[in-house]
Design a protein around this ligand. Structure first.
Ligand SMILES: [Zn+2]
Length: 81
């Protein structure tokens, strides 16, 4: 009960910390949700419902802008090789 309250308080002051995700969903072709545009796969935060791109190769969620940039950079490096 108290832990729940503190969790809510943290969400209120710092925003959701996205610690629990749904199983990754892969979209093939057609209309991709914005979160899936980068990798074709996305996960949704079970707490706030936000969607994030998911990298199957690295098995991780790309949740920050810096990680997004890194991902795009590694993609273009692969294409160049
Ligand atoms: Zn969240």
């Amino acid at each position: 009960m108290i832990a729940r309250f503190i969790e809510k308080l943290i969400d209120f002051f710092f925003g959701c910390h996205h610690s629990r995700y749904s199983f990754p969903v892969t979209i093939r072709g057609g209309d991709r949700p914005r979160a899936a545009a980068l990798t074709g796969t996305y996960v949704a935060c079970l707490d706030c419902g936000r969607e994030f791109p998911y990298d199957w190769q690295e098995m991780r969620v790309i949740s920050s802008k810096a990680e997004r940039r890194q991902y795009v950079a590694s993609l273009s490096a692969k294409h160049a090789a």
